[in-house]
Write a protein that binds this ligand. Structure first.
Ligand SMILES: [Zn+2]
Length: 730
């Protein structure tokens, strides 16, 4: 039973209404809006605390993140090797700010940043530092990298945190770089040698080699150590600061970034009371919509009753870094809004207490105040979707290996973009949680999920046996959880096709130059005559541009093959650009039906192509395939112009729909400077049977509008959307 169900049942049993959370609920359940001024070493002589208190108030924050210690200390520590900020002298800036925040009724997270030190520390404790194979310490600029398996983490940092608690009583802790050195470097220090041998009976792997069982053990051992650090730090802070004084290190919204730093998102979410996301901006490949995806992915693991605030840069953070220049307000605002639509709570982030570009101080305020005014609709809700997009960090590691962007990220992102474009609400579903999280879904999408364990395969089969439909692409299930090839697709019977000949090992699987944007001059051929519904909209063409990767297959007799491969031919000079082989029997798409379950297997990597090239035909084909697999209409339909990201939720007695306007001159390239109004929209939402007369509230326009019923769909007209709109029907 979830916390929410428990509360609802308790309220029912008590026969009366009750508060969502009692006032005594711990801070991490009721601190929704956050602010962070990342303190530079210069700030102790220029930090205008009264000004910042006013800013806290103006932006309606309930909690602040304040630099305490680690690489740099902002209080006079009794540990002489904890480097004091250059301009700190004997000032206790952390303590003063904590006191001010507490006086203002705010909660305080002490921020650590703790994976490296200055040289004097290294000289004093040379055995606490990460070492390369030749014995040299790993360094980052003038700092030395601490080893995650050394007493620096087991003894020193816990002592520092106890000191901070004794002095200033923060409400909890976070850490910017808690996971230590990433996957790119193997530490050969004596601690690592000894502990790895004790755990596995083997010496450390000499090099990164995904096929080496010792390297695989090393990867898993590193993950386990980070999870152990998470638990250790929580024991330390709770013992010293009380049961609510939790420690919650920062995590990325990117699975690949989590994998590179051994932060197991699933294991961490199982242990976290609040998720603090350090995921400050979009990149051009994934867009603002990636933040909505992040919110849904994290809540899928964490639960929708817990909070997941996210650090959002108010400075220019990408593609170039300008720490003290204001990010264009529209760009920062849309990242905030996209995250909020996915269930993320807002958290402004400035670097430095003194800013010469004062425009940055106007960006967060309206979003934070809107959030506060509409708080009741933005937390404690359940997402509504008909489609699940399967992912796992294990797949990113052992199938993605050194080509994760191409093998894992691009197919997922391509499908995400196609679903957003088609306004089909979806949920990220972890491959280990299919039984629990896919139960209410009509379709599971497996975007090139190459590495699947036997247990995950069994869960997918159970989903299909109960009538759930599947859409799978590329190498899905062609490898086991270590990335070792299987003799055939693990789901070959469901796909209604089989591999031919040897299954290539992963290293031979991709063209060496095949980044997501690389393509070859190939096509997919549509059949003559009456066409399958998945080819809707393509009546005036017999071919579709392809450009991707595909292997010959043996197809079962009962399956339909509505697309076949056209092999490459020259593009240049144009005189030579004619098809040498206009048709083959190599399938690009295989469709089959088993009882109520429909299965679409796309050998052609259309999802990855769409992420790289954005060809509208690819998006339309993916959406057609998903709609065919779903069979019936979904819970939402939105008609009107533009690129709109739709997030649908349910609360007791009402539906909530976020419409995020991604239509702009900067949709695929940051930064965005101008918001462009689009509309009107006809919005249709499936409603539970109930009252005949209903009214919709528009939380951004601040208006009400009637709901017209069309069968079980409630129909609402939205005249225009500038940045976003949120519709509440209750
Ligand atoms: Zn080490």
């Amino acid at each position: 039973m979830t916390r929410r169900e428990f509360l609802e049942r308790s309220a029912f049993a008590a026969g009366g209404a009750m508060l969502r959370y009692p006032a005594a609920a711990p801070w991490y359940r009721r601190t929704y809006r956050w602010g962070q001024t990342n303190i530079t070493e210069k700030d102790p002589v220029r930090y205008d605390i009264p000004w910042w208190r006013e800013y806290w108030k103006r932006t309606a924050v309930q909690g602040v993140i304040i630099n305490a210690g680690g690489i740099v200390a902002y209080y006079p520590s009794r540990f002489p090797l904890q480097h004091r900020a250059e301009f700190l002298r004997d000032r206790d800036l952390f303590g003063e700010l904590t006191k001010a925040a507490h006086e203002d009724g705010l909660f305080v997270l002490a921020r650590m940043d703790s994976n490296r030190t200055a040289e004097d520390f290294f000289q004093a404790h040379p055995d606490w530092f990460a070492r390369a194979r030749d014995g040299h310490p790993y360094r980052a600029a003038d700092k030395y990298i601490t080893c995650i398996n050394s007493p620096y983490y087991d003894e020193y940092l816990p002592d520092v945190m106890r000191e901070i608690i004794e002095r200033s009583r923060p409400d909890g802790f976070t850490d910017n770089s808690w996971a230590g050195m990433g996957r790119e470097s193997i530490c050969f220090c004596e601690n690592c040698e000894r502990i790895f041998r004790a755990r596995t009976g083997k010496p450390l792997p000499r090099d990164a080699d995904w096929n080496d069982p010792v390297y695989r053990d090393w990867i898993m051992w590193n993950y386990a150590r980070r999870t152990e650090i998470w638990e250790l730090n929580n024991r330390v802070t709770r013992a010293a600061g009380g049961p609510d004084c939790i420690w919650s290190g920062m995590n990325s919204g990117s699975v690949t970034a989590q994998a590179r730093s051994f932060r197991d998102l699933k294991a961490i979410c199982a242990r976290a009371d609040i998720m603090l996301l350090d995921h400050q901006r979009r990149d051009d490949d994934t867009g603002f919509q990636q933040n909505g995806d992040t919110g849904k992915r994290v809540h899928g693991l964490l639960g929708w009753d817990k909070l997941a605030p996210e650090s959002m840069a108010m400075y220019e953070s990408g593609p170039g870094y300008y720490r003290v220049a204001s990010k264009p307000a529209a760009e920062a605002r849309m990242w905030m809004i996209a995250g909020i639509a996915g269930g993320i709570q807002p958290w402004w982030h400035h670097v430095g207490a003194y800013q010469e570009d004062r425009r940055a101080f106007h960006t967060a305020e309206p979003v934070m105040r809107w959030w506060k005014a509409n708080e009741q609709y933005l937390i404690d809700r359940t997402p509504v979707a008909g489609v699940g997009l399967v992912w796992s960090q294990r797949n990113a590691d052992f199938f993605g290996r050194d080509a994760v962007a191409q093998r894992v990220d691009a197919p997922y992102t391509g499908f995400m973009h196609a679903l957003v474009r088609a306004r089909i609400p979806y949920l990220p579903v972890h491959a280990d949680d299919i039984d629990r999280d896919a139960a209410g879904l009509a379709v599971l999408i497996l975007p090139n999920v190459g590495a699947l364990s036997d247990a995950q395969v069994a869960a997918i089969r159970r989903f299909a046996q109960k009538g759930g439909s599947l859409v799978a692409t590329g190498d899905t299930g062609r490898y086991d959880e270590w990335g070792d090839p299987r003799p055939d697709f693990a789901l070959a019977d469901l796909f209604a096709c089989h591999t031919i000949g040897d299954t290539p090992n992963l290293e031979g699987r991709s063209r060496p130059d095949a980044g997501p944007r690389a393509s070859v001059h190939t096509y997919l051929r549509l059949p003559p005559g009456a066409r399958h519904p998945v080819l809707h909209g393509f009546d005036e063409t017999d071919i579709l541009a392809f450009g991707g990767i595909l292997s010959p297959l043996r197809v079962d007799a009962a399956a339909a093959v509505p697309l076949t491969f056209v092999p490459p031919f020259p593009t240049y000079p144009p005189e030579t650009s004619w098809m040498r082989q206009p048709a083959t029997d190599i399938p690009g798409l295989v469709l089959s039906e088993r009882g109520r379950a429909r299965v679409a297997y796309l050998p052609a990597d259309i999802d990855r192509r769409y992420a790289g090239e954005h060809l509208p035909d690819h998006a339309a084909l993916l959406a057609n395939v998903v709609r065919w697999a779903a069979g019936a209409a979904g819970p939402l339909a939105v008609e009107g112009p533009g690129l709109i990201d739709c997030h649908l939720y349910q609360q007791a007695g009402r539906m909530i729909l976020h419409l995020v306007n991604l239509t702009s001159e900067a949709t695929w390239r940051a930064p965005l400077d101008e918001l462009i109004r689009v509309g009107p929209f006809i919005v249709k939402i499936r409603l539970a049977p109930g009252r005949a007369r209903r009214v919709a509230r528009l939380l951004v326009a601040g208006s009400e509008t009637p709901v017209r019923m069309e069968g079980e769909m409630g129909v609402v007209t939205v005249d225009a959307i500038l940045d976003h709109e949120v519709i509440v029907i209750g």
